[in-house]
Design a protein around this ligand. Sequence first.
Ligand code: OAD
Length: 245
Amino acid sequence: MQIDKNFIEKLAGSKSVVFFTGAGISAESGIPTFRGRDGIWNKIKPEELASFDAFLKNPELVWEWYNHRKKIIHQSQPNPAHIAIAEAENIFPEVAVISQNIDNLHQRAGSKIVYELHGNIERNYCIKCKTFYNEELDFSKGIPKCRCGGLIRPDVVWFGEYLPEDQFDASENAVKNCDVFFIVGTSAVVYPAASLIFTAKQNGAYLVEINIEETEISNFADLSFFGPSGRILPDLMKEVKASLM
Ligand code: OAD
């Protein structure tokens, strides 16, 4: 891959780097994305499975879908893109990952600072008393219930729900202070997550997009790499490391 030397120098001299990631970064791990040709939302209506109303109406169906997704995630491994981001912590003084993904793959790859805007499929909580149940749940007697009697749900953000405030605030802080802001494998159409791209730009960050195709924000990025993130990110990190030796 041909990479502009000036960009590598700029990146190598950066103090703080943020990676804003979406479903596309996990596509090479075998986890389906939401939009595009084989996207989940082409086959399923989000409001039928990914909303609180849907859960109250048919918790069995919603749990069946999340357990199915969890199975796929558990069979997957972090790919070279997740690993390159985790290794970026050995290159730059400050690295933060802000992910819209619930698959836990950044953590499994070794990233230490990961802000989860849409939750994490490995956690669950009671809809009544908010007690967390992060162990493997028992579905043998139906939908698992809390000691208080409330239904247990996955700790993910559904349509119509607020993002976890602490995760969004911490993300905003990281974004406001970063030199380079990578936008990796996201269609950048879901808000408020995508608003962080504009916050980054307003605060002077250099915006680098990595995607297999053009997106809504491609014209807004300072630099775009079109190709799979599992190839581009390792290549970029290799070049930066080489330039620092
Ligand atoms: P999308 O499915 O909307 O977008 C995935 C993006 O990844 C697309 O732009 C693809 O072109 C790109 N892509 C696919 N494979 C890639 C690869 N190997 N390398 C690089 N890019 C690749 O997923 P998100 O943007 O994450 O929200 O969607 C945002 C939110 O919408 C999700 O978090 C989810 C969904 O509804 C909730 O569940 C709340």
